[in-house]
Design a protein around this ligand. Structure first.
Ligand SMILES: *Cc1c(COP(=O)(O)O)cnc(C)c1O
Length: 388
């Protein structure tokens, strides 16, 4: 039985998949089972930050797999300690909790915000304001947090204590603040919602409002973090550091990992027995994380991310089918004039280029270390399709 038939028979049909059976990858190109090659502008949805099977990353991961693949969190491992130190020192946070995905990192942030408030003010101050059009994950709590009605179906009852305010509308957010609010949770650039960056004035006003009332700010940097926007954290573009920041997607270069970073105010909130994860901080994932951070925090790396983004934008600026371009760094949304984004992605697949969509936009999340030759080849394919 071929692979697609096996999926049809045995894998739950919860995804719309493209008819591509990925076999192997190298640098920023992958190969399907028929040996056709594809340039990757999607990074496995922003996870393969260093492209496919980067040599140093693969060496670190394989070495760890041969040395110690898992320990449980009853014990210490050097590799988790090392990654925790790297994460905290490079981001300016105090402490980290490791988990395995973006949704789990956000769950941790939600629990921590509620416990912070419970410890200090007692019961009833549990509401978390999130933004309309946000995406925070697929678990019950993170679905409840997600500010899109289309996600609030079937699985009733959703979790209490989430209120959605309009992005970039500080009056709406202000009107939703009451004595029950313990945190505001936001994506600096709404990813799944359509690659939309928040306005600086709005972010400033959110921080100001929250600061006055001891309301925590949670930054969901699951998609924007780890260099994606040309800064290690997207908050740096806004000159802001949230009380809690969540990371996942690109953090370990394509190995499942999530992290919840805690600043000064919240670093003691989680105490023994209040939270946990069997696989959290798994040594192989941490080895992958260390390899990613060694490159991403290296001299000049993030400047290159920004320059590559400029190159992409300059190419798109020449294209008459492009209505507008949104996003930050290598997180790019393209609004088209006449063409349908999903059709463009399908045609690109035929022509050997992997793209993503976000709502009605074409979305690009190329590997952070993509080369200019690969970028040029990919952009040539994309622009040919758009101008056809
Ligand atoms: C992808 C994403 C998530 C969910 O991450 P998973 O690893 O799929 O659980 C949460 N928040 C944002 C902003 C994301 O982009």
């Amino acid at each position: 039985m071929d692979t697609i038939n096996k999926f049809d028979s045995y894998v739950i049909h919860s995804y719309g998949r493209y008819p591509l059976v990925m076999d192997s990858g190298s640098e920023r190109t992958c190969t399907d089972e028929n040996n056709k090659e594809y340039i990757d502008f999607g990074s496995g949805i922003g996870t393969n930050s260093l492209g496919f099977c980067d040599e140093d990353w693969a060496e670190a991961v394989c070495r760890q797999a041969r040395t110690l693949q898992h320990s449980s969190n009853y014990y210490y491992t050097a590799v988790q300690g090392e990654f925790a130190e790297t994460l905290c020192k490079s981001t300016g946070y105090e402490k980290v909790f490791f988990c395995n995905s973006g949704a789990e990192a956000n769950e941790c942030a939600i629990k921590s915000a509620r416990k912070y408030s419970f410890d200090k003010y007692g019961k009833g101050r549990h509401t978390i304001i999130t933004l309309v059009n946000s995406f925070h994950g697929r678990t019950m709590a993170t679905l409840s947090a997600t500010g899109q009605d289309s996600f609030h179906n079937y699985f009733f009852p959703f979790l209490e204590g989430f209120v959605h305010a309009e992005a970039n509308n500080i009056d709406d957010l202000k009107s939703k603040i009451d004595d029950t609010v313990c945190a505001v949770m936001l994506e600096y650039v709404q990813g799944e919602g359509g690659v939309i960056a928040l306005d600086k004035e709005f972010v400033d006003a959110v921080y100001e409002l929250c600061g006055q009332r001891d309301i925590l700010v949670i930054a969901d940097e699951v998609q924007t973090g780890v260099g994606r926007t040309g800064k290690l954290l997207a908050g740096e573009h806004y000159g802001r550091k949230a009380d809690i920041t969540t990371l996942a997607k690109g953090i370990a270069g394509g190995i499942p990992m999530g992290a919840c970073l805690f600043g000064e105010k919240v670093k003691e909130v989680l105490t023994p027995g209040t939270h946990g994860s069997t696989f959290g901080g798994n040594p192989i994932a941490c080895a992958g994380g260390n390899a990613v951070f060694a490159k991403v925090t290296g001299e000049g790396f993030l400047d290159e991310v920004s320059k590559k983004a400029d190159y992409i934008k300059s190419r798109l600026a020449e294209c008459s089918e492009v209505e507008s371009v949104s996003g930050l760094g290598l997180m790019i949304g393209i609004t088209l004039k006449n063409k349908n984004a999903a059709d463009v992605v399908k045609t690109a697949l035929d022509k050997g280029l992997l793209l993503l969509t976000a709502k009605t936009k074409v979305r690009l999340l190329p590997p952070l270390n993509i080369g200019y030759d690969e970028l040029e080849r990919g952009m040539n394919i994309l622009i040919d399709i758009l101008e056809d």
